[in-house]
Design a protein around this ligand. Sequence first.
Ligand SMILES: Nc1ncnc2c1ncn2[C@@H]1O[C@H](COP(=O)(O)OP(=O)(O)OP(=O)(O)O)[C@@H](O)[C@H]1O
Ligand SMILES: Nc1nc2c(ncn2[C@@H]2O[C@H](COP(=O)(O)O)[C@@H](O)[C@H]2O)c(=O)[nH]1
Length: 223
Amino acid sequence: MAGPRPVVLSGPSGAGKSTLLKKLMKDYEGVFGFSVSHTTRNPRPGEEDGKGLNCLPMLLGATLLPVADVLSSESSEDYHFVTREKMQEGIDKGDFIENAEFSGNMYGTSKQSIEDVQAKNLICILDVDIQGVRNIKKTDLNPIYISIQPPSMEILEKRLRDRQTESEESLQKRLEAARIDMELSKEPGVFDLVIINDDLDEAYEKLKSVLSEEIQKVQDAKK
Ligand SMILES: Nc1ncnc2c1ncn2[C@@H]1O[C@H](COP(=O)(O)OP(=O)(O)OP(=O)(O)O)[C@@H](O)[C@H]1O
Ligand SMILES: Nc1nc2c(ncn2[C@@H]2O[C@H](COP(=O)(O)O)[C@@H](O)[C@H]2O)c(=O)[nH]1
């Protein structure tokens, strides 16, 4: 039997992808698994190497962190943090389904990260930029494509500044990429759904609604 369809979440940095994802994974434990990407960017405070929310029970078991502490952390979906050399080596070997340069760093989805989630029959979530969306469209992954967009550039900038994770240089690069992303997301047929993340609860309801069929499949399979 075919497993649940994967989900690609895309949209400008700071639009709220991780925030929505964190809620989803908390509300539907054992339904979703995060595809942990590789990146050459430096870890932010609190980010751990190789941690995805699908690893939450293991993480809690290993470190006895209270669930609330883990779920309230800014980073819900950390990366495999690697050097450029290591990343390029993996790309050359064909280990990645897609990879891209974003804001001065390399990012990529390894085939292994998707297989790890799909082996557990979970809905595999990929958080990728617009280049990732384009490249995944050339594969046979067949995900549901969802774009999370901010209400405006001004609000996006405020959210990114308030998050306090970026240097001014990185912030400016992300805003530039956001302008392109916001234009491309308007192209018909690129995304199955574009959600404007203004009111968080409303955006979350829309996200849950578009995923309800796949959620049901996983829940039924567990019965
Ligand atoms: N609807 C909302 N209203 C107000 N603030 C929000 C909303 N959604 C998210 N935020 C805040 O905006 C900031 C950016 O959100 P988040 O980190 O989830 O973005 P992101 O799309 O995952 O970014 P990145 O791609 O850089 O990881 C966070 O500090 C978050 O708390
Ligand atoms: N093409 C890919 N894009 C990715 C991947 N993992 C994350 N991303 C995107 O990068 C930016 C910045 O992320 P941040 O964690 O540094 O804020 C964001 O838009 C993500 O969607 C990936 O594997 N491939």
